[in-house]
Structure formats: structure tokens, C-alpha cells
Design a protein around this ligand. Structure first.
Ligand code: ATP
Ligand code: MG
Length: 400
């Protein structure tokens, strides 16, 4: 008898009433989306439980996909049998003997269906004895077993599970609204995107590029990073902003030390327009405090002045090393370290100011009206939709 189901456990702590219903429906949808390449597989719900019905597919690749779905706390392979003693015995034995590394076990019966006539304690004993008699390598350990064979007797059937596999945790993407992530080609912003999605937030990306100073390779890098993130959040839109004219203008009229600060302010103004258009309520960035000159509290204070929208910085308290570890784990690191020209690194001033003030920057900006160029950049944004299918990228590419 082989495993034919995967039991999905989700954390419902802190969720109530209408929220939990929406949470579960979204989670089911996200799992179905993640398993789109396995057409035989079904995702079902019954009595507060979610199951993946394998229909003959082997479980490992499916578990790998599910490990990236936020909202899943843990998973177990399960065998579904009829509600009778013989079938349960056979299923329990299969579950135990498929746990190859285990040496000790324990049986835990839960009788949700009280019409099943053998009581839990009694069935624990019966099954324990059956497993010992019909296997040779295992002993019982009720306190610290290597594997716990869990038997859950429900209305229509009994589910038998053993090993527990950890899920990604978090909340299902789509339950927490939408945020516009300022995505560069660096290490930090993709990790920031991952953490936003972990809290249930759906992402759209905005990237500023400056052709011909930045190349097609730099653009491809941003597409590739987004592709990796779709593994966690499904389809993601990228808004590609032509930034060359604005950057040239900024570096012409603003003293070099302040150019970076003004550039960030312009980026946020453009991002805000996109948020308005797409009804997105917050932006997010990969900034972390103190990392570089542009990431001091003084800089954030000045940069934030141009927008009323929340600018979320999920990495604010992280060390660089922690961010790098994350990026290796989620699979963005190797792409992020590819050499490329970022629009910011090309025009980057040698020693940007670390302690700007709003007064000073407003004074420096007062003689230049960037609004015309900002309007033009917004008009020329290119929208690219990236999905989580292996081959297809840029499957839709049009002007807004
Ligand atoms: P990252 O590794 O994400 O590039 P960083 O430490 O290099 O971050 P900066 O270059 O100062 O930091 O950028 C700070 C943040 O500004 C980035 O995390 C990103 O959110 C945003 N950003 C920078 N450059 C761009 C760009 N070309 N397009 C979109 N967002 C950008
Ligand atoms: Mg960067």
C-alpha cells in the first residue's frame, strides 16, 4: 500500500470568522496553481482539513513544490483506508515500513468518528502489537519515537500518516493585499519581496533602467529574479521604467553628492503613480539601515517626504550576512551576483551625502521641475507579466 494523499496543515492562529474562510480558499487556489504541471493531482478540503489527492503521481516533486507555498505549516504523506480494523492494520504497517530511517515508533489513534466501535486506547494497543509482529527492525518508544504513526478515523475514511515535513509558514499570498516592490538587480530587494509574500502580500515589481547605459543583460537579470519569486507567489507583473532622461537631468542640475537622494525621491514619485493606477496601497524596498550612505535614517526621512504611501522595508533590521543566507536559500543569490550595470551604479556619485535634510534637498530641487520628465517616464512604462511556468517568460509584453 503506497501513500496516496498529502495532508496539509495550516496555522490558523489569530485568524477568525470570515478571515479563515478566505485564508483557506486562497491557500487551496495557491496550491492548485503551484501544482499546475501535475494535472492528475487534486486539492480537496473536508472538515477543516486539506488534502492533496495524488492519483498515482509520486509525492516527492509535489512536496517540493508545496514547500514554497506560504500558509502551509506542515505536510504529511497519508494513506487513506476504509473504516475497518483490517484495512487500518494494513495501512499502518505500510506507513511504518516506508519510514526507512526510523528505528522506534509509536501509534497515536484519534477517533473523530465515534461510531467506529474500537476505542482509541484499545486500537493503539491492537495496532502496536500488529506492527511489532509484522516487522523486524522496529521497537516501541512512546516518549521519543523516530516516527509516530498517526491514525485518524473520520466520518468516511481513515487517514494514516507518519513523517511530518515542514512547510514555508506565513500566510497565503493574496490574503494581504498588494505591494509594489522596487526591484533592483541586487541581493536585497528580491529577499525583501520574499518576506512580503511570506506575509500574504501579492507583489508587483517596478524596475528603473537606463538604456543604453544599462544593457539587455541587466533587464534579463530582473526578469530572472522575478521568475524565481513566482515560485512563491505565482504570476508577477513588472513595470519597467525608462529612467535615462531623468537621471541625466538629475546629474546635470543637482550637486553630485545629493544626486542619489534626489534620484530616490524621483523613483518613489514614479512608483506612487503606478500604485495609484493599479490601486496598490504600499511600496516596499530592500533597504536596510546603515548599509550604505543612502540607507541612513536621515536619507529615509528625506526620501519619504515625496509620498504619503507607506514604504515598507522588511530588511530594516537585518545584517548583510542574514540577507545573503536568505537569498541563497530562496534561490536568488546566484542571479543577484551576476555582474551587471545598475542605473544607480553607473551614475553613482563618489561620496553621496549620508546626512541630508529636507530643507537642503528642497532648496536644491526648487529651480527644476521634474514633473514633465516624470510624466513621460510613466507614459513609457513597459509592462511584462512573468509566470511560474518553466519555459515561458515575457508571454505578454505590451505598453500600458
Ligand atoms: P539591492 O541589493 O536590493 O540592490 P542595495 O543594498 O544595493 O539593495 P541600493 O542600491 O541603495 O541598495 O538600493 C536600495 C533599494 O532601492 C533597493 O533595495 C531597491 O528596493 C531600490 N532600488 C535601487 N535601484 C533600483 C532600480 N534600478 N530599480 C528599482 N528599484 C531600485
Ligand atoms: Mg543595489
Amino acid at each position: 500500500m503506497n501513500y496516496d494523499h498529502i495532508l496539509i496543515r495550516y496555522g490558523e492562529l489569530g485568524l477568525k470568522g470570515k478571515n479563515i474562510k478566505q485564508f483557506i480558499l486562497q491557500l487551496q487556489k495557491n496550491i492548485q496553481q503551484a501544482l499546475i504541471d501535475f494535472p492528475k493531482v487534486r486539492v480537496t478540503r473536508s472538515q477543516g482539513r486539506m488534502f492533496i489527492v495524488l492519483n498515482g503521481e509520486s509525492p516527492e516533486p509535489i512536496i517540493d513544490k508545496c514547500k514554497n507555498v506560504f500558509g502551509i505549516y506542515s505536510m504529511s504523506l497519508a494513506i487513506k483506508v476504509e473504516n475497518n480494523e483490517e484495512a487500518i492494520k494494513e495501512g499502518a504497517l505500510s506507513a511504518l515500513t516506508q519510514s526507512k530511517e526510523a528505528k522506534t515508533f509509536k501509534v497515536s489513534v484519534r477517533r473523530a468518528n465515534k461510531r467506529f466501535l474500537i476505542r482509541s486506547q484499545e486500537l493503539n494497543r491492537i495496532l502496536g502489537a500488529h506492527l511489532l509482529k509484522n516487522s523486524s527492525d522496529y521497537t516501541v518508544d512512546v516518549h521519543h519515537p523516530d516516527v509516530e504513526v498517526k491514525v485518524e478515523i473520520r466520518e468516511k475514511a481513515t487517514y494514516i500518516t507518519s513523517t511530518v515535513i515542514r512547510g514555508a509558514g506565513g500566510l497565503p499570498v493574496g490574503t494581504g493585499g498588494k505591494s509594489l516592490l522596487l526591484l533592483s538587480g541586487g541581493i536585497d530587494s528580491p529577499v525583501a519581496g520574499y518576506l512580503m509574500m511570506k506575509r500574504g502580500v501579492k507583489l508587483e515589481m517596478i524596475h528603473f533602467h537606463s538604456p543604453p547605459f544599462t544593457s539587455e543583460r541587466a533587464k534579463q537579470k530582473v526578469l530572472d529574479l522575478t521568475k524565481v519569486l513566482t515560485e512563491f507567489g505565482g504570476t508577477i507583473n513588472i513595470h519597467l521604467v525608462p529612467f535615462t532622461k531623468l537621471q541625466q537631468e538629475i546629474f546635470k542640475v543637482i550637486p553630485e553628492r545629493y544626486a542619489m537622494t534626489v534620484m530616490r525621491r524621483v523613483m518613489l514619485q514614479i512608483s506612487e503613480r503606478v500604485c495609484e493606477k493599479k490601486k496598490i496601497l504600499a511600496m516596499s524596498t530592500g533597504e536596510s539601515l546603515g548599509q550604505v550612505a543612502s540607507q541612513t535614517l536621515a536619507s529615509m526621512n528625506v526620501i519619504n517626504e515625496v509620498t504619503n504611501l507607506p514604504v515598507l522595508r522588511p530588511l530594516v533590521g537585518f545584517d548583510k550576512e542574514e540577507i545573503i543566507n536568505y537569498s541563497k536559500r530562496i534561490g536568488t543569490y546566484d542571479i543577484s551576483v551576476r555582474p551587471y550595470e545598475d542605473c544607480c551604479t553607473i551614475f553613482v556619485p563618489k561620496s553621496p551625502v549620508t546626512n541630508p535634510t529636507r530643507e537642503k534637498v528642497n532648496y536644491l530641487e526648487k529651480d527644476t521641475d521634474f514633473s514633465e520628465l516624470i510624466h513621460e517616464a510613466v507614459e513609457k512604462i513597459q509592462l511584462i507579466k512573468v509566470d511560474n511556468k518553466p519555459e515561458s517568460q515575457d508571454n505578454f509584453d505590451e505598453l500600458l
